[in-house]
Every structure is written in structure tokens, then in C-alpha cells.
Design a protein. Structure first.
Lengths: 223, 241
């Protein structure tokens, strides 16, 4: 059954998707950034065989978070600058539906970057990263920090130093995702059984943050 | 006009709390420095613990009150609770920095380094940065109503880092940070036992930092913000006259 809530979410997400399909700006930008980032890391950390096993999960997640920062800023700045946010607020729809719609778009684009990175890192770093568990962890982590990122980006685009403030505001708050996702990824790559504990923690944190975001989103868009 | 500023003398309760805080601080310092025995293994530097742990819990109270202030500011839309939230962040950040600093001074002789990237140390540093980000974000928003609701939301999320710092040594096993209450992690370096001497010095200090001290300081900070506001109002009035 299609309720008004789901229709709103789908309308906003498909609007973002259509904009992206026509301009292809965001995805190409974040994809190139992500590619550059893993190359830079591999030079900067001088990743040899053993160092790679230690560092690769960190490289993956730092790259994903920074790539998502790029996307989040643009995604919300475009709503705000072109007055679409005001139009959305005028529409008789739930505030949390607006949030979920924006989150869906952002998580989709960052998720695509993640899908690009996993086979690429498999090829470049010589480790099997196309594991079902790893894909699940990646998607959960991306979804989680896109949730908090969407909320914070909505706030920061309305401030003076917007591009500079989003990373400052988001990185410390997104740390729980980074911590648990890196541990889970490392566990999967080294075959340790403890990855499940970290994945459950990641899942728990994602749920808590999502609930908080849904409850609090209306306060960051109201005038 | 000037009377408006001067007439607001300090409430009697606040004056009592201030005196109590000063006396309590002197008293707990005496307990920590003289009444408690010197640790056999760590020596005098162990006495920092009577400030180190209580200061974290003081920060916990202050940041907790920021969450309460944030929720109330969102529910009621009142300036008052927003000011309480701001006071909580500033007082809590000061306490958290005291916590980091005393920890570093203790770690130098005991761990043989000022700083190490231990999970708990890292999360405590991230906690400080989160609240520093709070202040930066706050400074970036001009509109008061918008600032109130944004900062309330941020203050609620920021508290997650406080909880992580509190519980991380129970989640991440490879920490070297000792746990004094309950069993220490396997790798903990520099643990000591909570003997009766330690407890006599710790408990009053903990109670002081947990309750009276943050509340008194926040109250002062709240009044300062209030004064600042009325000063700005007076300035605007003087300009328009």
C-alpha cells in the first residue's frame, strides 16, 4: 500500500535521482574523489602486504565518509539555495518524510561509491572485498552516517561558513559509525569471528541515530 | 538604565553554592593531598586521580544538563533553557580539558608517555572536539530562534560521544586505561586498588564535581549570558535614542 508518507519519500528521492541523471555532477565528482583518495592512501601509507591488512578497512571508511561529506553538502545546499527546501516545508507533508527522502538519495549515491570502491580495492590491494558480509556492513555503515549527515548538512547549509562547518560538525558525531564499521570490516577481512559483535553494535547505533534524526529533523528545518 | 544591570544581585542560593563549592574544593584537595596515603607503586602522582576521575563526571553532569536544556528548549522554545545548554557545554568542556590534562600528567611517569592512541583517550579527545564543534557551529548562526533549535539538536547528538567515552573500556577490550571501580581490563597499565584510603578521598571529591561544582559554575555562566543580553539590549536602546 502506498501511503502519503512513502509517496513523499519516493517523490523526493526520485527527484534527486533525476537531477543526478541529468547533470551527472555529484556521482562523477564523488567517484573521482574516492578513487584519488585510495590512491593517495596507498602512496602515503606505503601499503605493503602486511600493512595493507591492517590499514585497508580504515582506508575504505575514511574514503567513504569524506566522499559522503562532498555529496551531502551539495545535496542540501542545492535544496536550500534554490528555495526548494522552503517549497517542501510549505507542502503538507511530514518533516520526517522530507528527511527520509533526502536520506534515501544521499545513501543511494554514497552506496554507489561504495559499490565502486569494493571491487576496485579488491583489484588494487589484492584482497577479497566482495564478501556478502562486507557488502552488508558497508551498506549499513553508509546508511547510518548518511542519516546523521543529512540532518547535520541541513543545519550547516543554513549557517555562514557552511562547507567548512559540515566536516567539523559531522566527523566527531559520526565517529561511532567509523569505529564499529572499521572493526567489523577488519574482522571480516582477517576472518575473525568478532566481526558479528561489531556489526551488531553498528546496527544498534544506526537504529538509535535514525530514531533521533526522525524525531529531531523537524526542528532543524523550521523557521 | 544602569540600575537594570546592577539590581540583579546574586541570588542567596547561588552565593551559598559558590561558598560551598570553594570550601568543598579546598576540603577535597586536603583529603586528596594529605589525608589519603601515598600509593606504594605510583607515588605522589597517583593523587591526580582525585581530580582526574571526578572532573570527567563533572563534565558528564554538565553535558547531561545540556541535553536536558536542549530538550526543554525544543519543547518550550524558551531562551532560558538554551542558555542553560550553552552553559553546560562551556563548563563541561572546561572539565573535560581538566580531565585530559590531569590524565596526561599522570600518564607521563606511569605509561612513560603524555599521550597514546588508546580507545578511551581517543574517544575523550573526540568528545572535547565535538563540544568545540558545538561552539563553532553556534558562532556561525546569527538568527537566535534558528540557533536555539539547531544547537539543541546538536547538543543531544553530542552526548553520544560522552556515553562512548564512559563505556568504551567495557566494549573495546584492548585499552590500557585502568578501571578503578570494577574489574580492570587485562591490558590495563597503572591500576591501583580502591582501598579505604582512596575511597575516603575519592567519594567527597566525586560528589562535589558531580553535583555542586558544575551547577554553580553553570549558574554563573548563565547569569553572564543574561547580563550580556541585557547589555546588548541597552546598547541598542542607547543607539536608537
Amino acid at each position: 500500500m502506498k501511503t502519503a508518507y512513502i509517496e513523499t519519500v519516493l517523490a523526493i528521492a526520485s527527484k534527486d535521482l533525476r537531477v543526478e541523471l541529468r547533470s551527472r555532477e555529484l556521482l562523477s565528482m564523488t567517484a573521482i574523489f574516492a578513487l584519488l583518495s585510495i590512491l593517495v592512501f596507498s602512496f602515503a601509507l606505503e601499503l605493503d602486504r602486511t600493512a595493507r591488512e591492517e590499514a585497508v578497512s580504515g582506508v575504505l571508511w575514511v574514503t567513504l565518509i569524506f566522499a559522503s561529506l562532498l555529496g551531502l553538502n551539495r545535496s542540501l545546499a542545492q535544496e536550500y539555495d534554490q528555495g526548494n527546501l522552503d517549497a517542501l516545508l510549505l507542502a503538507p507533508v511530514s518533516r520526517s518524510a522530507i528527511f527520509v527522502g533526502k536520506l534515501a538519495g544521499n545513501a543511494l549515491f554514497t552506496g554507489l561509491v561504495g559499490f565502486l570502491l569494493l571491487p576496485l580495492m579488491t583489484a588494487l590491494y589484492g584482497m577479497n572485498m566482495l564478501d556478502g558480509r562486507l557488502i552488508l556492513t558497508t551498506l549499513t555503515g553508509i546508511f547510518g552516517f548518511c542519516a546523521i549527515g543529512t540532518l547535520l548538512a541541513t543545519m550547516t547549509v543554513q549557517t555562514r561558513a557552511r562547507e567548512a562547518l559540515l566536516p567539523i560538525a559531522m566527523l566527531p558525531i559520526a565517529l561511532p559509525f567509523l569505529l564499529t564499521a572499521v572493526r567489523a570490516t577488519k574482522g571480516i577481512l582477517t576472518g575473525a569471528s568478532e566481526w558479528q559483535v561489531w556489526f551488531q553494535l553498528l546496527l544498534g547505533i544506526t537504529v538509535i541515530y535514525l530514531v533521533l534524526c526522525l524525531l529531531l529533523y523537524k526542528y532543524v528545518v523550521e523557521e | 538604565m544602569v540600575q537594570e544591570l546592577e539590581s540583579r544581585s546574586m541570588p542567596r542560593l547561588l552565593r551559598a553554592l559558590t561558598i560551598l563549592t570553594a570550601l568543598g574544593f579546598a576540603g577535597t584537595l586536603y583529603l586528596g593531598l594529605f589525608a589519603a596515603g601515598t600509593d606504594i607503586q605510583q607515588g605522589e602522582v597517583q593523587r591526580l586521580f582525585y581530580i582526574h576521575m571526578p572532573s570527567f563526571f563533572g563534565a558528564f553532569t554538565a553535558f547531561g544538563l545540556t541535553v536536558v536544556g536542549g530538550i526543554m528548549a525544543l519543547a518550550r522554545g524558551s531562551e532560558k533553557w538554551d542558555k542553560i545548554a550553552l552553559a553546560g557545554v562551556e563548563v563541561g568542556l572546561a572539565f573535560a580539558l581538566i580531565n585530559l590534562l590531569t590524565g596526561a600528567i599522570w600518564a607521563r611517569p606511569i605509561w612513560n608517555t603524555w599521550w597514546t592512541w588508546d580507545p578511551r583517550l581517543t574517544s575523550a579527545a573526540v568528545m572535547c572536539l565535538t563540544y568545540a564543534a558545538y561552539l563553532m557551529l553556534r558562532a556561525g548562526i546569527d538568527d537566535t530562534a534558528r540557533r536555539r533549535s539547531f544547537m539543541s539538536v546538536y547538543g543531544i547528538f553530542a552526548f553520544v560521544t560522552v556515553l562512548i567515552t564512559l563505556f568504551i573500556i567495557r566494549i573495546v577490550p584492548e585499552t590500557i586505561h585502568p578501571v578503578i571501580v570494577g574489574a580492570s581490563p587485562q591490558n590495563a597499565q597503572g591500576s591501583f586498588e580502591a582501598t579505604s584510603g582512596v575511597i575516603i578521598a575519592l567519594v567527597p571529591s566525586l560528589l562535589l564535581w558531580l553535583t555542586i561544582m558544575p551547577i554553580t559554575l553553570m549558574w554563573h555562566r548563565y547569569r553572564l549570558e543574561d547580563r550580556l543580553e541585557s547589555l546588548n539590549r541597552l546598547k541598542l536602546k542607547a543607539l536608537s535614542d
